[in-house]
Design a protein around this ligand. Structure first.
Ligand code: FAD
Length: 403
């Protein structure tokens, strides 16, 4: 693999203040330029994330982090793993990198109006280095997906053979191949990609964590219908499509399991704490199915009983497996929840609440709505829990939890 020259490192580092101040402006400009110049790549991006600015913020922080760690690229390994998995889930190929590189350098040039030649040269070299790292990481993922029993790359037609209503807004879809071949038994915590046609004749893709346990036969995803947050915004495209247009017997296209959020190889005594909020329970429920001998606590936060999905399944696991404990926490329990004792505690997740479930050797996995994740991250930081024992998944473009 190529290395980055000392001059390039110095020049890229000299652009850090610019990136810190104008990173978002740069990435906003970049996406506009990319979609205008190469509209064929639009299908790889979620327009709702673009609209919300989440994709621009995520890319802005990633570029800045790359510049800050250019001398110590090993620090970027977790980000490379997460992003290459995400890219592989969407089918990103080596030929996409020069297109992105052209618009990234073009955007730096446009914003600096014009950029000094040494800055463009340095960023060209640095981007080439990063592109090589990503291409190789993605190549490895594709090769592994293809070579596994039941494996494939690209998109494969699945038949929905069962639909299950799990809560007010969450429905599970059971998917098995339309061909007679098996499927890859994923690692609990991983996700697949669903590809759906759009009105303009293109397609759009979304990731969905697999919510069941690994097997050779089928997958289960559990999808929350995203209703509009405001009267003038559309409802979530793919989740509504699945909820309203996909019935038992219908076919949908999916990509193979991806993702690096799965249970690590912990010692059998290490306590495992799985914390989920809302539909964020999907990867954690899958992990709960596969916790093995580790003493495991599953905390699920929901608004109330009506919004609490897959409760029976979690309780059945806890009943069957002696080392599993569950705790349901509702932020706004209904009178019925209180009467029927549907939950173990009420309120938001707090330091005091979490402390009761954590020892210094606990391995913590969490996933949920962004405000809850930020809050848990802050609580764990205040408790002083080691970051190396804290693992999480975001249901959207990665944004800094610290901010
Ligand atoms: P989108 O069309 O993407 O819209 C998202 C939100 O933006 C909606 O609230 C919508 O109303 C709003 N919106 C859309 N367009 C606009 C606009 N023009 N202006 C303003 N607002 C707008 N989800 C699950 O339900 N279950 C899972 O197990 C799951 N696992 C995931 C795993 C991973 C690794 C990731 C990254 C995500 C996961 N998600 C999961 C989230 C899922 O991928 C989708 O993001 C989610 O279903 C919403 O997609 P959508 O197409 O329905 O909504």
């Amino acid at each position: 693999m190529s290395t980055i020259s000392t001059e390039t490192i110095a020049t890229v580092k000299s652009t850090i203040p610019f990136l810190q101040e104008h990173g978002i402006k740069l990435t906003e400009h970049f996406y506009k330029r990319l979609f205008a110049g190469n509209p064929e790549v639009k299908k790889y991006f979620n327009s709702a994330n673009q609209e919300a600015g989440a994709q621009q913020r995520a890319l802005g922080s990633a570029i800045c982090a790359f510049a800050q760690n250019i001398e110590t690229p090993e620090n970027l390994a977790p980000a490379v793993s997460r992003i290459s998995n995400k890219h592989a889930s969407l089918g990103i190929l080596p030929e996409h990198y020069p297109v992105v590189g052209e618009h990234l350098l073009g955007s730096i040039d446009d914003l600096l109006d014009p950029a000094p030649p040494e800055v463009l040269e340095a960023w060209g070299e640095a981007y080439g280095f990063l592109a090589d790292v990503m291409i190789n990481a993605e190549k490895e993922i594709y090769a592994k997906q293809e070579s596994q029993k039941g494996g494939w790359t690209g998109f494969r037609k699945m038949e929905v053979f069962k639909r299950e209503h799990e809560s007010k807004w969450i429905t599970s879809f059971y998917l098995r191949p339309s061909d007679p071949c098996p499927v890859i038994p994923f690692k609990p915590g991983q996700y697949i990609t669903v590809r759906i046609p759009t009105a303009d004749g293109s397609t759009t893709m979304r990731n969905y964590s697999l919510s069941g346990s690994p097997n050779w036969d089928h997958y289960r995803i559990s999808v929350k219908r995203e209703v509009p947050r405001h009267a003038d915004t559309p409802e979530g495209y793919v989740s509504s499509y699945l909820h309203t247009k996909v019935s038992v017997g219908d076919g949908i296209e999916i990509g193979p399991p991806c993702g690096d959020f799965f249970l690590g190889d912990h010692s059998p005594e290490a306590p495992v704490l799985l914390i989920s909020g809302g539909v964020g329970l999907t990867p954690l429920l899958s992990m709960l199915h596969g916790t093995g001998s580790n003493p495991t606590t599953f905390i699920h936060a929901a608004i109330d009983g009506e919004n609490h999905a897959l409760r029976d399944e979690v309780e059945a696991i806890a009943e069957k497996v002696s080392n599993v404990e569950v705790h349901f926490r509702y932020s706004a329990p209904s009178n019925e929840d209180i009467r029927d004792a549907n939950h173990h505690s009420s309120g938001l997740i707090s330091n005091d609440f979490l402390s009761d479930f954590i020892t210094p050797d606990t391995q913590i996995y969490f996933c949920g709505p962004k405000p809850m994740m930020r809050h848990i991250y802050k609580c764990l930081d205040e408790i002083g829990h080691p970051k190396s024992q804290t693992h999480f998944e975001f249901f959207g473009p990665q944004e800094e939890l610290e901010s």
